[in-house]
Write a protein that binds this ligand. Sequence first.
Ligand SMILES: Nc1ncnc2c1ncn2[C@@H]1O[C@H](COP(=O)(O)OP(=O)(O)OP(=O)(O)O)[C@@H](O)[C@H]1O
Length: 238
Amino acid sequence: MNLIEAKGLTKKFQDKVVIKGLDMVIGQGEIVALIGPNGVGKSTTIAMLLGILSPDQGSITYWRTDYQQHLAVQLQTTPFFEGYSARENLALFSALYRIRLSEAELQNRLEACQLGDTGNTPAIRLSLGQQKRLALAVTTVHQPTLIVLDEPTAGLDPRASHEIRELIRQMVNNNQTVLFSSHDMEEVETLADRIIFMNNGQIIAEGAPKQLITENGVANLDELYLKLTQTPAVQPIN
Ligand SMILES: Nc1ncnc2c1ncn2[C@@H]1O[C@H](COP(=O)(O)OP(=O)(O)OP(=O)(O)O)[C@@H](O)[C@H]1O
């Protein structure tokens, strides 16, 4: 089943067309990586898919009409209530979603993201890796179908990044779908089932990491990235 089907999306800011007739499908249970250089339109595309921004042209079909209640979005900033502990933050976010979690359920959720021992620590005092894990716990407290993550491991050390990737894999094992953006090609290669590669407001390549590597005759995704984003060499004048 497809969760999202977008067709012919176009978006203009002032006079500049930043998304140019983009078609995109997100299937249930996938981990999809949206990649491409800075400023090519990834965030604009995500904002349109989430219904935050209207496309100037094109259409988006969702798997259910109340799709917004079954979405989670985690931006790079961590959205905690200052002065409250990790556990209290989780309880506050669940209240926002009108979900009542018992003390035992709160503890289970904290343990699921390796924060079982740090529930009483003020959220903003946690390490960056712990904060990112808590942010995942609070943004997914309502068990959403589709989770959108903006550079989920940006700024994290290798172990903290690994732990976030494990949480993302657990979500998909739990029948959730993840769409994430990243500039870390090694991460994309190990995590994504499918890559959507954008450049200049369009999709220029799409497929499983191994398939794209083979099709383009490159050794890895880093090389693919360089190949697909290279500017044409200046032609000598004869
Ligand atoms: N609200 C806005 N008003 C005007 N221009 C905008 C607006 N939002 C985005 N843009 C422009 O649209 C283009 C695409 O921006 P977008 O943020 O979608 O790129 P991106 O691929 O997500 O970049 P990054 O990887 O740096 O996050 C950029 O040129 C940006 O300056």
